[in-house]
Write a protein that binds this ligand. Structure first.
Ligand code: NDP
Length: 312
């Protein structure tokens, strides 16, 4: 681990936790196959040639193979008409071997991302971005949770960071991190039940809020959003940010840092996630968990007489 000066017991190790989750999913998958003959299946769609998207999909394919899933990736050219994308999603929606559909974002400018997300059956929306799943999350119904915030909750639970009755402050209100994690931790449920404050760029002084946090979750995409003077002693810190900063000592010319000034904040914190190796690896692990859960759900549907999955 990079941060040698910090007490190792403070570190919330996302790499190790994600590996445990993938190992659990792998075992559950073997069980699902042995008992029910079902192999979880995940379909990826990659439109265009964005190197970062290609690398994300490759990591997800690798995790599928590790967990014993079958996966299929459809690579489409940048100028693919939206209608073709929607037609393919419809085919996957009714394919009984596909339990999860993931369209890698961002999509080219001519494609309406919202329309594409809404075309995915909510029952196969393992990314948890469909408005039906978002709505269910808000009202506390069972649904697919989006993978990064689900990973944050799982990290907190598995690291024994209590949230019930404690003040969680979320910095950032994006639809993929800030808003969903605030809603997840607000629920009257195990691993949640927090008093939640959400702050963002419109706040004149976010320190006013972050200094009150028992648990601080930061997702701004800005280096040093949180410095030592902005937290209280004993805070547990989850740093979601992934930022590149120039570093001539590295072969690739940069290194990755979070949104929190780790070296300044860690001495005051009771627990803290590193970057890299904190929240990052959890996202794919939770995607595996969601896909397994989706496959498992088809058994109940079969038993209820549903037979073939019809998607919507
Ligand atoms: P967005 O850019 O969509 O949202 C950033 C949020 O932070 C906005 O709500 C913005 O406020 C707020 N914000 C920005 N600057 C400040 C500031 N100085 N003070 C207070 N609030 C601020 O980012 P995402 O949520 O998508 O991602 C955040 C970070 O997390 C990024 O570094 C991203 O790379 C990383 N990330 C990591 C993932 C992983 O580990 N797997 C997955 C997803 C994201 P406003 O709304 O007012 O503009």
């Amino acid at each position: 681990m990079e941060h040698k000066r910090i007490d190792e017991n403070k570190i919330i190790d996302g790499t190790r936790t994600a590996q445990s989750i993938k190992d659990e999913v792998r075992e559950l998958t073997a069980d699902l196959q042995a008992k029910h003959g079902i192999t979880p299946g995940l379909a990826f769609m990659l439109v265009g040639d964005d190197p970062a998207s290609r690398s994300y999909v490759a990591s997800k394919e690798k995790a599928c193979a590790y967990c014993g899933f079958h996966s299929t990736t459809l690579r489409l050219p940048d100028d693919t008409p939206e209608a073709d994308i929607l037609a393919q999603i419809d085919r996957w929606n009714i394919d009984p071997d596909i339990h999860g559909i993931l369209v890698q974002l961002p999509l080219p400018a001519h494609v309406d991302e919202d329309r594409v997300i809404e075309a995915i059956s909510p029952r196969k929306d393992v990314d948890g971005f469909h408005p039906i799943n978002v709505g269910k999350l808000v009202i506390g119904q069972e649904c697919f949770l989006p993978c990064t915030p689900a990973g944050i909750q799982e990290l907190l639970v598995r690291s024994a960071v209590e949230t019930a009755g404690r003040h969680v402050v979320v910095v950032g209100r994006s639809n993929i991190v800030g808003k969903p994690i605030a809603n997840i931790l607000l629920q009257k449920a195990a691993g949640a039940n927090a008093v939640v404050t959400v702050t963002h760029s419109a706040a004149p002084d976010i320190g006013l809020y972050t200094r009150q946090a028992d648990v601080l979750i930061v997702a701004t995409g800005r280096v040093n959003t949180i410095t030592a003077d902005m937290v209280k002693e004993g805070v547990a810190v989850i740093d979601v940010g992934i930022n590149r900063v120039e570093d001539a000592t590295r072969e690739r010319g940069y290194r990755l840092v979070g949104d929190v000034d780790f070296d300044g904040v860690a001495p005051k914190a009771s627990r803290i996630t590193p970057v890299p190796g904190g929240v990052g690896p959890m996202t794919i692990a939770m995607l595996m968990k969601n896909t397994h859960a989706s496959a498992l759900r088809t058994i109940a549907q079969r038993q209820a007489g549903g037979g073939r999955q019809t998607g919507r």
